[in-house]
Design a protein around this ligand. Structure first.
Ligand SMILES: [Zn+2]
Ligand SMILES: [Zn+2]
Length: 203
C-alpha cells in the first residue's frame, strides 16, 4: 500500500466515493441530453446553418473517440499522475467504483461549447458537444456494464455483434495494456496499430 492510499487526500476520498461514481454516471448522460436539447431549441428558434447540425453531432462524436484513445494511451497509461494511479487501480481491481471527479467533465464540456460557439455559433457548438458528450456517456455506461454486469465475467464472454466485440476488446486491454485503448470504438486502435483481436490471445 502506498502513502496516498494510507493517507487519502480529500480529493482522492471523493474520487473513490460511490457518490462521485454514480453522480458521474448520471451526470454524463444528463450532459448529453442537455446539449442535445439546447441544440434542438436553438435550431427550432431559427439558428442559421441548420443543415450542419447532424455533421456537427458526428464530428463531436469523432472528436470524443479520438480523445478517448489519446487520453487512455498517453495519460492514463502515461507518466505517474493521480489519473494514472487511479487507472492503474482500475486495472488491478476492475470492480472498484472509480471515476473522474464529477465536476471535471461538465466543466470541460462547457469550456469546449463556449470556445466553439465563438467560431461556429451556439447551435452548432451545442450539437458538437452533444456528440462528444453522448460518446463520453456511452463510454461510462459501456465500461460500467463490462465490469459490473453479471454477464460481463471473462469466462462467460461469448457472442457476436458490436456489443460482444467491444466487450472482448476491453477484456484484451485488461490483459494486454498496450492494446485496445478504445472502449466505445476500435477505430483509432486500428488506425494507430494498437488493435488486438481477442482470438489472438489466451483467455
Ligand atoms: Zn476497464
Ligand atoms: Zn487502461
Amino acid at each position: 500500500m502506498n502513502k496516498r492510499e494510507a493517507q487519502p487526500t480529500l480529493l482522492s476520498r471523493f474520487v473513490y466515493s460511490p457518490l462521485n461514481y454514480w453522480g458521474s454516471l448520471v451526470g454524463d448522460c444528463l450532459m448529453a441530453v442537455i446539449y442535445l436539447a439546447t441544440g434542438l431549441v436553438l435550431l427550432a428558434t431559427g439558428a442559421s446553418r441548420g443543415a450542419l447540425a447532424i455533421p456537427a453531432l458526428l464530428a463531436g462524436w469523432l472528436f470524443w473517440s479520438l480523445l478517448e484513445y489519446v487520453l487512455h494511451r498517453y495519460i492514463l497509461h502515461g507518466p505517474k499522475t493521480l489519473a494514472q494511479e487511479g487507472h492503474a487501480h482500475h486495472h488491478r481491481e476492475e470492480r472498484t467504483l472509480l471515476a473522474s471527479p464529477l465536476f471535471v467533465i461538465p466543466l470541460f464540456e462547457l469550456l469546449v461549447w463556449w470556445l466553439l460557439s465563438l467560431v461556429l455559433g451556439r447551435m452548432l457548438a451545442a450539437f458538437f458537444v452533444a456528440g462528444a458528450a453522448s460518446g463520453y456517456a456511452s463510454f461510462s455506461l459501456l465500461h460500467h456494464i463490462f465490469h459490473h454486469h453479471s454477464g460481463a465475467e471473462k469466462s462467460t464472454t461469448t457472442g457476436r455483434g458490436v456489443w460482444a466485440s467491444l466487450r472482448k476488446n476491453h477484456e484484451v486491454h485488461h490483459q494486454l495494456a498496450r492494446y485496445n485503448f478504445g472502449t466505445t470504438t476500435s477505430l483509432w486502435d486500428r488506425v494507430f496499430g494498437t488493435y488486438r483481436r481477442s482470438s489472438t490471445i489466451k483467455s
